[in-house]
Design a protein around this ligand. Structure first.
Ligand SMILES: [Zn+2]
Length: 388
């Protein structure tokens, strides 16, 4: 969708600063280096060549079968289709699940729609479709702590019908435990323009109780783009795409959208020649690193982030001003604790030398914070809420 201009952008936009809350991860960077520009271009050509992919057409069925075939050839085994109708026309969502090693029943959802309207939709949303396929290729054999669902929705252009159907018929009845929804819609850029910026979209609409977590995740995603792509980031608000039915259900959402808005969407000229495949390549890099961050990709062998996870407890959460840290195993090296605010700015730092410690954080303003712990080579970050 996204057919109306982002008029209010000036009111909510601010440039993100790279922060020290997330450190560069060489393992993630090595995986990001495997993002393939030629794969992305080849998939965009295939997607465009299917034609206009409206629900009920053979064109969208061809695209659906191609997407399913791609996951099959990658070796994914949990591939589901969810059938529904759009104004009487049969169509399907495609849902592919990769199981996490530590939290198999908690899901990072990475989604984008594959239906198009009035044109082949190379940008809207071929760009998001091929980006997700490339992520699925590179994440297939990566150990992630959280499960990932790659979802290709249909019926988006007619009013978010596929995602609404999924929320009502899967998320709600199955009480799906969703860590985050990362929606990708229209990240193709505009040919001939300097496509050097990606918009990271956060939840600024009611219900409001999930907005702070969305702001935090969106900032973390922007940080990933700063670390692993050459794109600049802008924070803006989420609207008019498949994350909204999740948002309305109280889930934590974030999204990606091009900063240079294509004038060609929803028409016959939404073709590769009018977009910027190199931009999709950079967006894919940032998105892959974000997926690794949110699903917590773990390096095989060697020391991984979150190694301390099983043995470190932070409580109470929310706290009224005292942060207790409890380690289940003896401290072997001084434990550095750094607290970051929602913008990633370090606001407090201390060293813990005993297994049970109480830190006064009452001098901070109420809000969401990240406590980052470092113990020699081991590291873990925990989110907490201060509400005094
Ligand atoms: Zn779209």
């Amino acid at each position: 969708m996204k057919s109306f201009s982002r008029l209010a952008i000036l009111f909510s936009l601010f440039i993100c600063f790279n922060t020290t809350a997330q450190v560069f991860n060489p393992y993630y960077n090595g995986l990001v280096d495997n993002v393939s520009a030629s794969n992305i271009l080849a998939d965009l050509i295939t997607f465009e060549d299917f034609g206009v992919k409206e629900p009920g057409t053979s064109e969208i069925d061809d695209a659906k079968n191609w997407i399913i075939g791609r996951y099959q050839s990658l070796g994914y085994t949990t591939i589901e289709t969810q059938d529904f109708t759009v104004f009487g026309q049969n169509t399907s969502n495609i849902i592919v699940t990769k199981t996490g090693s530590l939290y198999p029943n908690t899901f990072l959802i990475i989604d984008g729609h594959y239906d198009t309207v009035n044109g082949p939709g190379a940008n809207d949303n071929g760009s998001g479709t091929v980006l997700i396929l490339e992520l699925a290729r590179l994440l297939k054999d990566i150990d992630t702590e959280y499960s990932i669902k790659f979802i290709h929705f249909s019926g988006e252009e007619e009013g978010l019908i596929g995602s609404e159907y999924y929320v009502n018929n899967t998320v709600i009845p199955e009480n799906l435990d969703i860590k985050l929804v990362l929606n990708i819609d229209e990240v193709g850029g505009v040919a001939g323009q300097n496509n050097n910026t990606i918009i990271c979209e956060r939840d600024e609409s009611p219900p409001n109780y999930n907005n702070a977590a969305s702001a935090l995740a969106t900032q973390e995603m922007a940080n990933c783009f700063g670390l692993y792509s050459n794109l600049q980031t802008q924070i803006s608000y989420a609207y008019s795409s498949d994350y909204m039915p999740f948002e309305n259900n109280g889930e934590v959402i974030t999204g990606l959208y091009e900063a240079n808005e294509s004038p060609y969407t929803h028409g016959p000229n939404d073709i590769i020649d009018n977009m910027d495949p190199d931009y999709v390549f950079e967006v894919t890099k940032g998105t892959l690193s974000s997926a690794l961050h949110f699903a917590v990709g773990r390096e095989p062998l060697g020391i991984s982030e979150n190694h301390l996870d099983v043995s470190l407890v932070l409580y109470p959460n929310p706290t009224r001003g005292t942060l207790n840290v409890h380690l289940n195993s003896p401290i072997v090296a001084p434990l550095e604790m750094t607290i970051f605010d929602v913008l990633g700015k370090a606001v407090y730092k201390t060293t813990l030398r005993i297994e049970n410690s109480a830190t006064d954080v009452s001098f901070l303003e109420n809000g969401v914070y990240i406590a980052a712990f470092q113990d020699g080579n081991r590291a873990i970050r925990k989110q907490f809420i201060l509400n005094q």
